[in-house]
Structure formats: C-alpha cells, structure tokens
Design a protein around this ligand. Sequence first.
Ligand code: F6R
Length: 367
Amino acid sequence: EKAGFKHFMLKEIFEQPEAILNTVKGRIIPDSGQVDLPEIGLDDETIRGIERIALVACGTSWHAALVAKYWIEKWVGVPVEVDIASEFRYRTLLLNDRVLTISISQSGETADTLAGIRLASQLGSRILTICNVVGSTMTREADGVIYTHAGPEIGVASTKAFTSQLAALFLLTLYLGKVRETIEPETLRELGHALVGIAGVIEEELPTIRSQIQELIERYYDSRDFLFVGRGLNFPIALEGALKLKEISYIHAEGYASGELKHGPIALIDKDMPVMALVPRDGVYQKSISNVEEIKARQGRLVLIGTRGDEHLPTLTDDVLYLPRVHDELNPLLYTIPAQLLAYEIANRRGCDVDQPRNLAKSVTVE
Ligand code: F6R
C-alpha cells in the first residue's frame, strides 16, 4: 500500500504533482482563462459584495492561509485576516454578512476550526471551507466547499494536502479576481497556465531535489536546532519547513521572516546553527540576500534554496540547491518540496517513526 516507498509520508510527497493536478482539474481551462468553482456556494453578487475575508485554520493548514493572504490581497484587493483557530475562537470577532470566513482543513474535523466557523456563522458571516475529506463535518456545516482532491493522507505530517490547499487557494484567488474583475483576462490566462504547469515542474524536479537533500543531510541530521527563513510568499513556507522538521525529527526548529532576524533571532546564529534560506529570484530577492549575508557574517551554516543559474549563491555556502524559475506567485508550491524532503530525510536518518510521530494525531478533534 506504500507502493514501494518506505513511508507514507514519502509516498505522499511524491504524489503531490497528481494531487495538485486533481485539485485544479476541471476547474480551470488555462487557454481561455476560464475558472469555475461550482461548489463555492456564493453567487457573483455576493462575491462582489465581500468587504473582508477571514481565514481560519490550524497548523499546516494555517500556513496555507498565510500564503493565501498575500495572493488574495494582491490580486483581489480585499483585506484578508488570518487566524489560528484556537485564537480566533476566543478573541473579539468583528464579523458580519459582508465578511467571508474561510476555513482550511485537511480532515474537516479539527475541533477549534469547526468551533471557529460556527461562531462566524452565528455572527452572520458566510462560510466557505477548503477541505480534503468528502462529507466531513466542516463540509456539511459550510455554505460552500472547495475540495482539495489530494486523496487520503495517511502520514500524520501533512504534505500533499498542504500543496493541494495552496492550489485550491490560488484557484479561489483567480475566481474571485475574475468575478470582481480585478484580474485582467490576459493575466488570468497567464496565472492559470502557471498553476497548471507547476504540477509538471514538481514532478520533474522531485527526484533531483531528493537526491540533493540526501547528499546534504549527513552534515545536518544530528543538529540540535534548525532555522528556516523566507520572505513574502515564502515566509509561510519557512514556517512550514520548521513545523515539518520539528514534528517528525524532534529537532527544535523555527521559521522566521528573513527581515525579522535582526530583531532578535540573529542572536542565535553561530557556527553550529543550520539555516535553510529560501531565496528565489523574485521581487524581494535582493533583500533576502542581504539577510543571508548577515547570517553568513555570523558563521551560520547556510543551506540555500534558490533559482537555477543564480551564481551568487555558491559564493555564500557550499550547500546550494537549485530549483527552476517558475512564475513568482507559484514559488510557495515549489519551495515547499525541499523543506518537506529535508524534514523527511533527517527524520528517517535519525530512525524516527516518520508516519506516526510521538504525541501527534492525524485528526485533532480535541480542543
Ligand atoms: C502538520 C499537521 C497539522 C495539521 C493541523 C490541522 O503536519 O498535519 O499541523 O495541519 O492539525 O489539521 P486539519 O488540516 O485537518 O484541520
């Protein structure tokens, strides 16, 4: 049932191209720029009337929400707030019928997320859920659903559900942008193409990324700590890399926005501190590189993930892993892959129970 893979997690990492494709299939026709989300449960007039969006989720699904904030605010121009469900529930919520609340959940059963949408619904907000499990409680209680079609996820650490959530959230961004006419038809086509194309890019790169990570880990697997840094769309991916590593390898790990290092965490950097930095050649590249140079100046052990052909990276460290250039907006899907594989290979090397990490459950139905 693991189809020749040692663990479900590894199998699920390799299933990501298919999971992403299944999530976008039938919902987008890139050539015509057509995006369709029939189960969304919101008519065009309601969509045009949305004044704010509240995203609610836990753990890895919350990281997907953080990425979606960048996308929706940029392309749809609607303010987006993002909450961890266990915080959302217990703060003062300023919601009404012009706020769309979106829950993101692989299982559709997470207690705090479920309680969050119930509260939002009582306050008059419309509820949309992005979910991987057909018929789960959350999908039954929401006004509309966008299913991620990742297939069953067995490994406790979420992998293909996460990248499928990203794909679904990008689709949603395109759909909202189409209805509200904030995205030009030409741009819609371009972004649609980029979304569909990312699955193929990941498929092609997966084996190379894995073997490059395998070469690295002998020097990193016995680390006590690990930092992950990124900017913009890749900041949430740094958080996700840190979460994956800590939950399956039990190495203490933190993710930071690169620009935040100087406000405290840089004090941690010395010759024993590994730092994985996500530095694609995007709009914030120069800023990211100057943050990386600050880490290098303090002898941090850098692992750089960047754009193929970037000759500056090998001048900063020996441990450079290259990814192809894709549309900047889709970088989070691609840059997730080395972060997941780093966590997987380190945990495997340490002999950890990758699919069943201690203290964790696949579906968190307690508060
Ligand atoms: C981490 C992980 C968890 C879940 C979180 C929310 O790898 O899997 O952080 O993302 O428990 O679960 P769902 O998405 O089912 O609501």
